[in-house]
Design a protein around this ligand. Structure first.
Ligand SMILES: [Zn+2]
Length: 207
């Protein structure tokens, strides 16, 4: 892809790093950005800069937040007896869209995958145990149910089983549930529609 002025090449290269964006799409986006009014293009650049500067992880659940705690953890109307464990912040959005769940979350930041070198220490698993055992900020003795809502993929299932075994050893009285089948196997929660996710949540089963 020579022939572009270096700034154009740089933009195409950066855009092609985005997931699902091949080099042709990156070129199309780059040309769209170059044709766009300066204020629109700079608004995009500013939005990217702002999320990188202001967004951090909630100190309790590791969801994305613009303060020390996310809006869900700060919301006193949320049911503090349930924690829904998900892989990514985007999964929180998928579950919130269903309006079926009113408890808290715990965002692991990935799934266990020994083959890819992702071990328990690499995701926020110890932090989950600390929350249910009363040794974390805002840890909740009130928690009675942990919903293991990791993706129905090999790594997501392995992560749910691992966490279930560890939680059972630590707090045997906790109810541990897994989302019902109905979610497409191998799919990410992120891509399931809200009716499917809502049904999976409503029909969750004990593990
Ligand atoms: Zn939070």
């Amino acid at each position: 892809m020579s022939g572009y002025a270096p700034p154009v090449q740089r933009l195409v290269t950066e855009l092609s790093k985005l997931p699902g964006i091949g080099s042709r799409t990156a070129q199309r986006l780059a040309f769209h950005i170059m044709r766009a009014p300066a204020q629109d293009a700079l608004a995009l650049a500013d939005a990217i800069r702002e999320v990188k500067e202001k967004i951090r992880l909630c100190e309790v659940c590791f969801n994305l937040a613009d303060q020390t705690r996310c809006t869900i953890c700060q919301d006193t109307r949320r049911d503090r007896s349930a924690i829904c464990v998900v892989e990514e912040s985007s999964d929180v959005i998928s579950i919130e869209r269903t309006h079926e769940y009113h408890g808290l979350y715990h965002v692991l930041g990935g799934a266990l995958s020994p083959m890819d070198g992702v071990d328990p220490d690499d995701i926020k698993i110890a932090e989950l145990y600390a929350r249910v055992q009363g040794s974390a900020p805002d840890s909740d003795e009130a928690v009675r149910e942990i919903i293991l809502a990791t993706n129905p993929t090999t790594t997501g299932e392995a992560t749910a089983l691992h966490i279930a075994a560890e939680l059972r050893a630590r707090r045997p009285e906790l109810t541990l549930t897994r989302l019902a089948s109905g979610l497409p196997v191998g799919a990410d929660l992120e891509y399931a529609d809200e009716v499917t996710v809502g049904k999976a949540l409503a029909g969750r089963r004990t593990v």
